[in-house]
Structures are given as structure tokens and as C-alpha cells.
Write a protein that binds this ligand. Structure first.
Ligand SMILES: NC(=O)c1ccc[n+]([C@@H]2O[C@H](COP(=O)([O-])OP(=O)(O)OC[C@H]3O[C@@H](n4cnc5c(N)ncnc54)[C@H](O)[C@@H]3O)[C@@H](O)[C@H]2O)c1
Length: 328
């Protein structure tokens, strides 16, 4: 059967990139993955994708790849993602997330064949919002270098799109979680070190370590921070919808479930899913954590017919737990 699209996926050995690659393949697209394996794993790349080990910042390699393939779309996941590390070493983050990505854009423009790019942006671009839920027209006021790299790359995309050089969709993800499970395999979150709440609680279950909830004196219903969780399967589907959408210029969408769960609710649901009593303590607030971050997802729902089907907390944690058990 003729393939629908030929897609370049950067960062396809990582968490979200590997799940999206899997769904793109299931949707009968041809997928070429480029990844430098700085945090991703070769074994996460689904069978059927072509893998090129290399860095998005490598101009010669990218030229070779764009000479060889006629891409219909580029999906750019490759990035460093640890907020704390970005505050300690901002240069590393600007080099990798902005300069290397800039090289990708330059190559796309020079080769003239593929104008469309879908970009992994983040709720981190908003900083501390003054109103909830967050809509796409809120000012971008990031509070850490990681968020700044995402904002800067969005600005470059927007300016290039305004000049007619590219067509770009930036997807601003909220908290991504969960796993994609097939009969024989599972793809899930495997960051080293892990900094995300759900895999951290699940690791406490496995290691029988006491779990720390940071702060219970926020102005929320139970005093703990509230976040919007999007299942990685729903997020991957959002990329396929974005790829299918014909656009001119630059468009940005929030990708969240449009609903918030508190850290304590996540913790309690994890106990329910795993049928385990997990010991916990309340720690001090962490610097930079704001009380509530939830998305308005109205725009993506109406423009792309986005319909999250797995983004309820129980399903997210159930799938993440299944993945955690399978990988041991
Ligand atoms: N995980 C989340 O909750 C979340 C939330 C908002 C935004 N995002 C964004 O989504 C994207 C994917 O995140 P993830 O959680 O899958 O991270 P991840 O670390 O699992 O995956 C990133 C992948 O990119 C690769 N990579 C990094 N720099 C590269 C480079 N210069 N050249 C080639 N490959 C490179 C890594 O090896 C890794 O495989 C990132 O852009 C991140 O900023 C993630």
C-alpha cells in the first residue's frame, strides 16, 4: 500500500517521539528518525522506522538526509528537557534546543522541498499565569532557561512563517504522562534522571521508598499543586491531526486535557491503581513551582477535531504502571 506521508521525526528515540513514531507507522506513514541518543534509547524506536544516529545540529548530516528523502513533514521533538539542569547550564540548553533546531530550519529552507514543521513546545513558555485556564494568547513569560529556549524557537518559527519560508504548528504540551501499550510491547517514560511526578511515584512503589510531595500550602483545593495531564497517546494523535491539517503560516495550540489534578490526587489515584500503600512525607515547596497550570484546549479541539480519549487520571496511571512493570 502506498505510504501516506514521509515524515522526519527528530528525537524519535525519546518518550513522546517514539510513541508518535509508532502511531505514525500504524497510520501507514514512512518515518525516518534522527536522534543522537543523548537521552533516548535505540531500542525505543519502533520497528518499521528508519533510524539515523546523529545530531540535529550536524549541518552536513542534515543536508545528506534532505537530499535523500522527500519529506512531507518534519516533527521536531529533539531537545533537552530538564528544567533544573537548564538553570545550571543554560548554554547547553540554548545550543541544543535553539541552535541545533535553527540548523534544522535552515536545512529545510535551503532544500525547499518540505515547508511544514510541527514543533514540541511547552506550557513552560507561559511561566506563572495570572489566570486559569491558560489560552494560547497569554503572554510568553518563561521563568527558566528551558522555557526560554522553547519561547525563542517559537519566535523564530513565527517570523520565518510570516516571511513565507515555512509553515509551522507549535504544540504547547502540558504534563505528558502514561504509556502506549500493544500486545507485545510498551512505550513509556524513561527519563534519566526522572523528574516527572507519575513515574517518580511509581518508582517509589517499586523501590518501597518514601515519596515526597513538595508543598501542601498552595491556594488549591487540598494545598498541593494542580497540573493538567495529557496521555502520551492523545498527544501523539494530536501530532497526526496537525500533520494532516493544511496550514499556511504559523499556528499554536495548547495540548492538555483541560482539567487539573492535584499532586495529592495523583498520589491517591496511584495507590488505587497499584493497590499499594505508598509512604509519603510533605516536603518544602520547590522554587519555581506555581500553584495551578491548566490548559484551555478549546482551540485545538475545534481546529483539529482533537478528542483526548485516554487523558483521565486513572487510565494515564494504569498505563504508566503497566509500562513500569513490563520494563522491570
Ligand atoms: N515530557 C513532557 O512532559 C514534555 C512537556 C512539554 C514539552 N515537551 C517537549 O517534548 C519533546 C520531547 O520530550 P520527551 O519527554 O520525549 O523527551 P526525551 O528526552 O525522552 O526525548 C528527547 C529525544 O531527543 C533526543 N535529542 C536531544 N537533543 C538532540 C539533538 N540535538 N539531536 C538529535 N537528537 C536529540 C534525545 O536523545 C531523546 O531521544 C521535547 O522537545 C520537550 O521539550 C515534553
Amino acid at each position: 500500500m502506498k505510504k501516506k506521508n514521509c515524515v522526519l521525526v527528530t528525537g524519535g528515540a525519546g518518550y513522546i517521539g517514539s510513541v508518535t513514531t509508532k502511531l505514525l507507522l500504524e497510520d501507514n506513514n514512512r518515518v525516518i528518525v534522527i536522534d543522537n541518543l543523548s537521552s533516548g534509547q535505540k531500542k525505543a524506536i519502533p520497528n518499521g522506522a528508519q533510524f539515523i544516529k546523529g545530531d540535529v545540529g550536524d549541518k552536513k548530516l542534515l543536508a545528506k538526509i534532505f537530499n535523500k528523502y522527500n519529506f512531507d513533514c518534519v516533527i521536531h521533538f529533539a531537545a533537552l528537557i530538564r528544567i533544573e539542569e537548564s538553570t545550571q547550564n543554560p548554554k547547553k540548553y540554548f545550543d541544543n534546543n535553539v541552535l541545533a533546531g535553527f540548523n534544522l530550519l535552515q536545512t529545510m529552507i535551503e532544500h525547499k522541498k518540505c515547508k511544514k514543521i510541527i514543533y514540541s513546545s511547552s506550557a513552560a513558555v507561559y511561566g506563572v499565569p495570572t489566570k486559569i485556564p491558560i489560552t494560547e494568547d497569554f503572554l510568553m513569560q518563561p521563568i527558566n532557561p528551558y522555557g526560554q529556549t522553547k519561547k525563542l524557537f517559537e519566535i523564530i518559527l513565527q517570523q520565518y512563517a510570516d516571511a513565507g519560508l515555512i509553515n509551522a504548528i507549535a504544540l504547547r504540551y502540558f504534563n505528558v504522562a502514561g504509556a502506549y501499550l500493544t500486545k507485545n510491547r510498551a512505550w513509556g517514560e524513561n527519563h534519566q534522571p526522572e523528574s516527572h511526578l507519575i513515574p517518580l511515584i511509581l518508582q517509589s512503589v517499586n523501590s518501597k521508598r518514601t515519596f515526597t510531595i513538595y508543598g501542601n500550602d498552595y491556594p488549591t483545593r487540598d494545598g498541593t499543586c494542580i497540573r493538567d495531564y495529557i496521555h502520551v497517546y492523545d498527544l501523539a494523535q494530536a501530532h497526526i491531526l496537525a500533520m494532516q491539517k493544511h496550514i499556511q503560516g504559523y499556528v499554536v495550540y495548547n495540548v492538555g486535557a483541560g482539567k487539573g489534578y492535584s499532586n495529592y490526587e495523583v498520589f491517591q489515584t496511584t495507590q488505587k491503581v497499584t493497590s499499594m500503600k505508598i509512604p509519603f512525607v510533605i516536603g518544602n515547596r520547590r522554587a519555581g513551582d506555581c500553584s495551578i497550570l491548566t490548559a484551555s484546549n478549546k482551540k485545538i479541539k475545534s481546529a483539529l477535531n482533537f478528542n483526548p480519549v485516554k487523558s483521565d487520571l486513572f487510565t494515564i496511571i494504569k498505563d504508566a504502571w503497566q509500562y513500569e512493570k513490563l520494563r522491570g
